[in-house]
Write a protein that binds this ligand. Structure first.
Ligand code: PHE
Length: 380
């Protein structure tokens, strides 16, 4: 005999199981959009930001009446910054929830895991911020609203030999990240071909805590600067340890540096270093001004970062395509996304090219006085 409270628990879970399908299916009165993001775990600021931007877009569209006579319903899955979870997330969103399109992810390794599943199911996927060149090569249903790392690596190489005047650059790569490996490669090709000397090249594993070995070796190689295509949490620790070793050469990287946590963890150790990213929230365009104001209002005065801006743009590109397609049917929706031209996003004006990548400008940021400060813009 089972105690009464266990019987009750069993009955209650049975009830919730039975009631689940009816409340999820929604009877087709909403348009379901899936999203997967790293809301928790090591890169939680990436997913939290892109999710907030995405959510703001969905709420604004719904407040203005929705799309094709229906309200949008955003179904969000947390992939916990963990390999294996993006596949679970998109499988669930497609097979169980029946979403018409998927938004995500920020990190390239996680987008690369999900993309083949979306492609196979012919569900359009729009990555807000994954820059690894191979992401959109996964197939004709895979898009991004950001530039790729061929462009970003080239801009960083020109920056190193130009404004930074670095004749020799050491490279420190996170071998666990497709983003880091891809950006290191495109930087190196462009920098070397334009006459720069690539110094010592070393690796780390994202999540490592001690970088003194690599940094000591870099110090003896005596480069003019260190190129560090990593994510903010590792970057902050590396900058702290470089400072402790008395190294005061410039360290620079790409969009993976962008998070307020870089400043709160790195403090004065990240001062005066540079990185490239997607946009600056100081851009004086009407779209950026309106976005920043709406975001601050919605999220208790918090300032948006690039992932938030791109999350917003990814959702708005999808909505614009739904309107032009006048349907959410998969092939027609795919074609409409592919035809995105001169889109006035919060991040800037962009078009999607034949490779389904956004063609758009990049900005350089310098950390000055403990703040991200706009430095320069590079046009495509
Ligand atoms: N571009 C990075 C990647 O592909 C993700 C990222 C985007 C990080 C924007 C920060 C800001 O993995």
């Amino acid at each position: 005999m089972k105690p009464a409270h266990l019987l009750f628990a069993t009955a209650a879970s049975l009830f919730s199981l039975l009631s689940l399908p009816s409340c999820k299916s929604g009877g087709g009165d909403t348009i379901k959009i899936g999203e997967f993001a790293s809301l928790t775990g090591k890169e939680a600021t990436f997913g939290t930001s892109s999710h907030e931007g995405t959510l703001l877009a969905i709420e604004q569209v719904n407040a203005a009446g929705g799309v094709l006579g229906k309200k949008l319903e955003l179904l969000t899955e947390d992939d916990q910054t963990k390999a294996g979870e993006p596949a679970n997330a998109v499988n669930k969103l497609i097979s169980k929830d029946g979403v018409v399109a998927i938004l995500g992810e920020v990190a390239s390794s996680r987008s690369l895991e999900a993309a083949p599943i979306c492609q196979q199911n012919k569900i359009p996927m729009i990555s807000p911020a994954s820059t690894n060149p191979t992401v959109t090569k996964e197939g004709d249903y895979i898009f991004r609203v950001c530039f790729n790392d061929i462009f970003q690596g080239g801009a960083l190489a020109n920056f190193a030999s130009g404004p930074l005047k670095a004749k020799k650059v050491a490279i420190l790569t996170d071998v666990k990240s497709d983003y880091s490996k891809g950006l290191a490669k495109s930087f190196k090709e462009k920098y070397a071909s334009s006459g720069g000397a690539v110094g010592i090249e070393l690796d780390f594993n994202g999540g490592d805590k001690d970088f003194k070995g690599q940094l000591t070796a870099i110090k003896s190689d005596a480069p003019d600067a260190i190129f560090l295509p990593g994510y903010y949490n590792d970057v902050a620790l590396i900058c702290i340890q470089a400072k402790q070793l008395g190294m005061n050469i410039p360290i620079f990287g790409g969009d993976g540096w962008e998070s307020e946590s870089l400043l709160t963890i790195g403090k004065d150790a990240v001062e005066s270093h540079f990185f490239s990213t997607h946009c600056s929230i100081e851009q004086p365009t009407p779209e950026m001004i309106a976005f920043v104001a709406a975001y601050k209002k919605r999220f208790n005065g918090k300032s948006p970062d690039a992932m938030a801006v791109l999350g917003y743009d990814s959702a708005m590109v999808l909505v614009d395509a739904m309107k032009r397609a006048n349907t959410t049917e998969s092939a027609a929706l795919r074609d409409a996304i592919a035809a995105t031209k001169d889109f006035s996003g919060a991040s800037g004006k962009f078009s999607l090219n034949a490779d389904r990548d956004a063609v758009k400008a990049l900005v350089f940021i310098q950390i000055k006085g403990g703040k991200f400060t706009y430095n320069a813009t590079v046009n495509p």
